[in-house]
Design a protein around this ligand. Structure first.
Ligand code: FES
Ligand SMILES: [Fe+2]
Length: 346
């Protein structure tokens, strides 16, 4: 499988209203999405097969996308017609699309991957967020798969620097997944958040996540608990974070946030707090994005890095990203970004 052969989230459904176009880039491929007059979404290579104008410069006319240069039209399957040469057959490259979780998802036409599983039973949808990391896929995933950066990078998320040595980390792996479980003394959230979430003084913070590679995403379980009795605070959340490379240098970070509450009432009284959670989560992810812009070297190879006990996951993830997501051998996966053409989608 190649990088486009997995169902990947691309943009919120709301970003593509009737008769609108949306230009995007996935795995180095320029793609245009459009919604036709029947409400169907088409996803085509953003290059007109005639004389290569960007199709995203065109307009939607009825159920087709019309190229702005000479007026050729293309349907959702990429089948094209030329007004001036009606017998000419033209075809633009096209992709499979679907809508789920209020998002538009895309994959190559001929692949048959499993759609990512959303086990949300007992949880309430809180928000989705989209950020763009200014770093390659592997460096972006590294950041979201270790917690050693949380004391110094984050505002309220993660662990305390002076007690970092108490934080425990465990790994569980199989061929297709990498699970990381961290427990330790949490960062101070402040009196109001502590009270709302129900965190007591002696509680530890549990950050337990599993990363999958078709496509590349992690499911995070965040909760606070008593280290002796195991009793939990009143609220926990579960985040799905997808890492979708735009190209070798930028990665979309797309988050779906759900929460669960023990408070009585509909949805555990969580609905009024959607805005607050969105704001806090956005800030914490933005702090990750900021730190990701500050590498001295954007080469994703781990060769030459001095790794800590929290970093074992970097190698485990890279092996699976190369094999499952990129569909390339271990040898090729060590190529640096100085050879981007060899790393892009097949
Ligand atoms: S370049 Fe698109 S119709 Fe000519
Ligand atoms: Fe982070």
């Amino acid at each position: 499988m190649g990088m486009l052969d997995h169902w990947q989230p691309i943009a919120p459904v709301a970003a593509l209203k009737n008769k609108q176009l949306l230009a995007t880039e996935v795995a180095g491929k320029a793609i245009v999405l459009f919604r036709n007059s029947q409400g169907r979404i088409g996803a085509l290579d953003d290059t007109c097969p005639h004389r290569r104008l960007k199709l995203s410069a065109g307009t939607v006319v009825g159920d087709k996308l019309q190229c702005r240069y000479h007026g050729w039209t293309f349907d959702c399957e990429g089948q094209g017609e030329s007004p001036g040469t009606p017998k000419l057959h033209a075809c633009a490259g096209h992709y499979s699309v679907c809508e789920a979780q209020n998002y538009i998802w895309l994959k190559s036409r001929d692949s048959n991957p499993k759609f990512p599983e959303f086990n949300t039973e007992g949880f309430t949808f809180m928000c989705h967020l989209q950020h763009e990391s200014p770093a390659p896929l592997e460096l972006t995933v590294d950041n979201f798969c270790e917690i050693e950066h949380t004391p110094t990078t984050h505002a309220i998320f993660g662990y305390q620097l002076e007690r970092m040595k108490e934080v425990q980390v465990r790994f569980e792996t199989d061929d297709n997944r990498v699970r990381v479980i961290n427990t330790g003394p949490p960062k101070k959230l402040g009196t109001i958040l502590n009270w709302m979430i129900g965190i007591r003084n002696n509680y530890i913070f549990n950050d337990d996540w599993t990363t999958y590679f078709s496509p590349v995403y992690s499911i995070y379980e965040h909760f606070w608990s008593d280290p002796i009795t195991g009793e939990e605070a009143k609220i926990r959340w579960r985040l799905w974070i997808f890492f979708v490379p735009s190209n070798d240098y930028k990665t979309k970070v797309i988050t779906f946030a759900y929460a669960k509450s023990k408070y009585p009432g509909p949805n555990g009284c969580l609905l009024p707090f959607r805005g607050l959670m969105r704001k806090k989560l956005d800030k914490e992810i933005q702090l990750d994005i900021d730190i990701l812009s500050k590498f001295a070297d954007f080469n994703p190879d781990i060769e030459g890095m001095k790794l800590s006990r929290f970093d074992r996951v970097l190698g485990l993830n890279r092996e699976r990203i190369a094999r499952i997501y990129r569909g390339i051998s271990a040898d090729q996966s060590t190529l640096s970004i100085s050879k981007p053409s060899l790393r892009l989608a097949k």
